[in-house]
Design a protein around this ligand. Sequence first.
Ligand code: SAM
Length: 244
Amino acid sequence: LFVESDLAAGAEVALTQPQAHYLFAVMRMGVGAAARLFNGRDGEWIAEVVEAGRRGGRLTCRERSRGQTRPRDLHLLFAPVKKARTDFIVEKACELGCAALRPVFTRFTNAERLRADRLRAHMVEAAEQCGFLSIPDLAEPVRLDRVLDGWGRGGDEGRRLVFCDERRDAPPLAEALAAHAPAPGGDAGPWAVLIGPEGGFSDDEALRLRRVPGVVPASLGPRVLRADTAATTALALWQSVLGD
Ligand code: SAM
C-alpha cells in the first residue's frame, strides 16, 4: 500500500478512507493483520494493523522487508490520447519501470485536458499491484517544439530519445538499442521513449526529430500500432535490451 508518511521502525501510519475500505472491507483484514507499506523513499515495510475502522485506521511499522530501489533512468514522453487509453499508457509505464512520464502536445494531439490526480492514482495502483517501490514523476505537459528546442544542447542532460516512428525506413527498435548497449556491468545512462498521438507525427515533426542530436528513430514493426500498444511495446523492448 502506498502511503505519504515516513516509514521507520515503530512509525505510526494513518490510513485514508479509501485505504481503510480496501484493507478492512475488500481484503477483510482486522487488528493484528500485517500489510506491506511503501512511500517511494524508505523501502517496503511490514506494518501491523492497530486500529481498523470504517472511515480510517492505523498501522505500526514493524520491520523493513525491502530496501528502496531506484528505477532505471527511463522516461516516457507521450502525446495524450483518449482518456481510457491514456490511463492504460500511464499504468503500463509504471509497471514497466519508468522513472518519469511527460505528456507532450504535438501537431495532431487532439486529447482533452489531462487530470494529473487521475493519472497519479493510476500509477499508485499500478505500483501497488506490481511491487514497484517508486511512483514515477509526472511532469507538466509541454509542447513538442519546447522539448526539441533544448534537446542535444544540454537541456536534456545527454538523455537519448527513442523516436518511435512507423514510417518505413526506421531501424527495428531492438537493433537500434543494441547499438547503444553499455559494456558488461555498465549502465545504459539516461533514456526517453517518445510516442505520438492517434494521428501520428506530422511530416515536419518527423523531419525535425530526425535532425535533433541524441534522437534515435526506431520502428516497432510493419503494422501501425495504437499509441497505447506502441508505448507498452517500446518500453518492454527497452527494458529487455538495456534495462532490468
Ligand atoms: N490511429 C492509431 C491510434 O488510434 O492509436 C494509431 C496511432 S500511431 C500513429 C501512434 C504512435 O504510435 C505513432 O506516432 C508512433 O509513435 C507509434 N507507433 C505506432 N506504430 C508504430 C510502429 N510500427 N513503429 C514505430 N512506432 C509506432
